[in-house]
Design a protein around this ligand. Structure first.
Ligand SMILES: NC(=O)c1ccc[n+]([C@@H]2O[C@H](COP(=O)([O-])OP(=O)(O)OC[C@H]3O[C@@H](n4cnc5c(N)ncnc54)[C@H](OP(=O)(O)O)[C@@H]3O)[C@@H](O)[C@H]2O)c1
Length: 242
């Protein structure tokens, strides 16, 4: 069973208005289900989007030199930098159902992709954010990374890597608040979404298509303020306990 405890999808957002004041966005992981939908949603609103991915651009998250090269080539001034990368299954190893299946290499790979990679992205994205106007730095985390919300167990490596990512985001937000007082740095849960990541794990769990997830995530970001920086929010803008 898929352990994401998504709330009922009662009130889908209607068409999201053009992002207030947003002209440039950077989506990392643009080849993914949610990443591609975010690019499409922003482009439909005439936002100038820079889309980066491993598949199309060779951006390898687990290699800092690759992240530094790709992000270092961009000129600053992004209103939104969103890291939509992540993996549930790495090198054919899916999430563990029980502690006895825990393998150190698989767990290290989970941390490399789901925590250290996005942390390195945050590091190299700092210089891309304006200091004199609002901007958002966001990463896709997962509700299963919530320690307070963990009642089912299992998926230990993925859960732990996302929990660690949430801590990275929290620290980054504190630091960003000093240098970029109008900026926001948050971890977002996209909901349960139909994508390559979930296709083997959904079973009968309800999931939304990526365009709907993208619309919701952008609406959540639009509703947050710098005071929300460092938080962990679901697809409805509701805080998730760490
Ligand atoms: N789908 C859901 O229901 C769900 C629920 C909770 C959280 N999330 C989170 O949402 C995020 C996006 O998920 P998704 O459903 O869109 O998954 P997806 O369709 O599988 O996309 C994953 C993206 O991550 C990229 N990626 C993976 N490993 C990478 C690496 N080593 N270097 C560079 N890029 C890498 C992939 O790039 P390539 O395709 O180029 O390899 C792809 O762009 C993930 O963080 C996931 O944990 C998803």
């Amino acid at each position: 069973m898929h352990p994401e405890a998504a709330p009922p999808e009662s009130e889908p957002f209607g068409r999201v208005a053009r992002r207030e004041g947003m002209t440039r966005a950077l989506i990392i992981g643009a080849s993914g289900g949610i990443g591609a939908a975010l690019v499409a949603a922003l482009e439909a609103e005439r936002v100038q989007v820079t889309a980066l991915s491993r598949r199309d651009d060779g951006l390898e998250l687990t290699d800092e030199a690759s992240v530094a090269t790709h992000l270092g080539a961009l000129s600053p001034g992004f209103d939104l930098v969103l890291c939509a990368t992540g993996a549930l299954e790495i090198d054919g190893r899916g999430p563990e159902k029980a502690l006895r299946q825990l393998a150190p290499e698989a767990m290290a790979a989970q941390f490399a992709v789901n925590c250290i990679g996005p942390a390195i992205v945050l590091k190299h994205a700092l210089r891309l954010l304006p200091r004199d106007r609002p901007a958002s730095l966001a990463v896709l985390s997962a509700r299963v990374g919530s320690i307070g919300d963990n009642r089912l167990g299992g998926w230990t490596s993925y859960r732990a890597a996302k929990a660690a990512l949430n801590q990275v985001v929290r620290s980054a937000a504190v630091e960003l608040g000093r240098s970029h007082p109008q900026a926001l740095c948050v971890a977002l849960h996209p909901g349960t979404v139909e994508s390559a990541l979930t296709e083997k794990y959904l079973a009968r769990h309800p999931a939304v298509p990526p365009p709907e997830a993208a619309r919701r995530l952008l609406a959540v970001l639009e509703g947050l303020t710098p005071g929300d920086s460092g938080g962990f929010f679901d697809q409805h803008g509701k805080p998730i306990p760490f």
